[in-house]
Ligand binder design. Structure first.
Ligand code: PAZ
Length: 349
C-alpha cells in the first residue's frame, strides 16, 4: 500500500513486533483467544521535530475498561494505546481526578499503607492485575502519532493471522481522519512571527507541494491529506479471518445509527459500536448483520461521581455498572458463534 511506502516505519516497531509475536505464539499454543484492543487518540504532528500537533479526543477509558473485561472473559489482550492514556487496572488510580496518594495513609508504625476504606476495592483490582502479569495475558504497546498507530495495526494484524478466528480486533482508539504526509511535513518548528516565517517556502518540506502547515501572513494554514481507509485493508487483507469490531463516535444523535449502518455496509466487518460523545459512558448502539441493539444502563446504575474515590456507588445504594461490562459479553457471544459455526459473513455469501 502506497501509504507505507511514503511514511516512515516507526523506530519502536521492531521491538514491539518481536514482543507481540512471542506473546501471540504463547497464547496460540495454549489455544487462548487474543484480542487487540486499541485505545486513546492519535496525534497528527505538524512538524517533524514536533512542537505542535493536532489531537483526537479520547481519554482511553473505553479501551482500558474493555481490556479488563476481555481479560476476565479469558482473552489475552494486546493493548495498543496512546502513550500516557488510561491503562487497564492502573486506570482506577492513575488519573488526574484522584491522585494515587489519596488512597494511602500512614500506619501507626509510620509505614505507608492503603487506607482501610479502599482495601477491599484495591485488593480486588490488584488481584486481577497480578493475575494478568503472572499469566502474561496483557501486553501493553504504546503509540502517539497516527503514523505509529497505522504501522502497528498492520504489523500486529499480520502477526495475529496464525490465530485465525481466535483473533479479535476491538478498535476503540480515536484515529484521526486527516494527517500530514511525511513529504509535506516541515522539519522545524513553524515560526509564527512574520520576520521569521518568510523562510518557509513552497516545496520546503521536500515534496513538490507546499508544506501542509505553513504561515500565510499572520495566519497558520493547515492543509491535511485524508488518512487511507485502513479498516477496509484490515478486513480484506490484514486480518481476513478475524472478528473485527469498530467504533463510530458522533456528536449529533440524529446521525449515529445511519453512520454506524453505513460503516458496517462499507467495510463488511462484524460489528459497529456507535456512541455519542455526551452519553458514551452509559449507552451504545450495536449494529451487526444480525440486527441492531441499544445497550443502556439504568439511570440508577450510572456513575455520577466526579471523583474516582467515590466510584463504586452512585450516591444511592446501587452499585455502578460500567457499560463495558455489558459490551464485552455481547462480543464474546458473537465471537463464540463465529468460532463454532463459521464466519456469518462467509456463510451468508
Ligand atoms: O476513550 P474514551 O472512553 O474517552 O472515549 C471512547 C471513544 C468515544 C473514543 C470510543 O468509544 C470511540 O468511539 N472510538 C472511535 C472513535 C472514532 O474514530 O469514531
Amino acid at each position: 500500500m502506497e501509504y507505507f511506502d511514503n511514511n516512515p516505519r516507526p523506530p519502536s516497531l521492531d521491538v514491539h513486533s518481536e514482543t507481540a509475536r512471542t506473546f501471540i505464539e504463547q497464547h496460540a499454543s495454549q489455544g487462548r483467544r487474543v484480542a487487540l484492543v486499541t485505545s486513546g487518540g492519535t496525534t497528527v504532528p505538524l512538524e517533524n521535530q514536533t512542537v505542535r500537533f493536532i489531537d483526537n479526543f479520547s481519554a482511553g477509558t473505553r479501551g482500558a475498561t474493555s481490556a479488563e473485561y476481555f481479560l476476565e472473559s479469558g482473552y489475552a489482550v494486546i493493548f495498543l494505546h496512546r502513550q500516557f492514556s488510561l491503562l487497564p487496572y492502573a486506570r482506577h488510580y492513575s488519573h488526574s481526578t484522584n491522585c494515587f496518594l489519596d488512597y494511602m495513609t500512614f500506619s501507626s508504625s509510620g509505614g505507608v499503607v492503603i487506607g482501610d476504606e479502599y482495601q477491599h476495592q484495591m485488593g480486588d483490582v490488584l488481584a486481577k492485575y497480578k493475575n494478568a502479569k503472572q499469566e502474561n495475558t496483557l501486553l501493553l504497546l504504546p503509540f502517539t502519532t497516527v503514523n505509529e498507530y497505522l504501522w502497528h495495526l498492520r504489523d500486529l494484524a499480520m502477526s495475529m493471522q496464525p490465530l485465525g478466528p481466535n483473533s479479535l480486533f476491538y478498535l476503540a482508539a480515536a484515529v484521526s481522519d486527516f494527517f500530514v504526509p511525511a513529504d509535506r511535513m516541515v522539519e522545524h518548528k513553524i515560526q509564527s512571527s512574520e520576520e521569521f516565517n518568510s523562510l518557509h517556502k513552497p516545496g520546503e518540506a521536500g515534496g513538490a507541494e507546499p508544506p501542509a502547515a505553513h504561515m500565510e501572513g499572520k495566519k497558520l494554514v493547515i492543509d491535511l491529506d485524508p488518512v487511507p481507509k485502513f479498516l477496509k485493508l484490515l478486513v480484506d487483507r490484514w486480518a481476513p479471518r478475524s472478528m473485527i469490531i469498530s467504533f463510530k463516535l458522533e456528536t449529533d444523535p440524529s446521525m449515529l445509527a445511519d453512520k454506524a449502518r453505513y460503516a458496517l455496509k462499507k467495510y463488511s466487518h462484524h460489528l459497529v459500536i456507535g456512541n455519542l460523545l455526551a452519553t458514551r459512558k452509559y449507552e451504545v448502539l450495536l449494529v451487526s448483520a444480525g440486527g441492531e441493539k441499544w445497550l443502556r444502563l439504568p439511570e440508577n446504575r450510572r456513575s455520577r461521581s466526579v471523583t474516582k474515590l467515590q466510584d463504586g456507588v452512585d450516591g444511592g445504594d446501587h452499585e455502578v455498572i460500567e457499560i463495558e461490562a455489558w459490551i464485552v459479553p455481547e462480543i464474546e457471544k458473537l465471537h463464540t458463534q463465529m468460532i463454532e459455526k463459521g464466519d456469518p459473513r462467509i456463510r451468508d455469501g
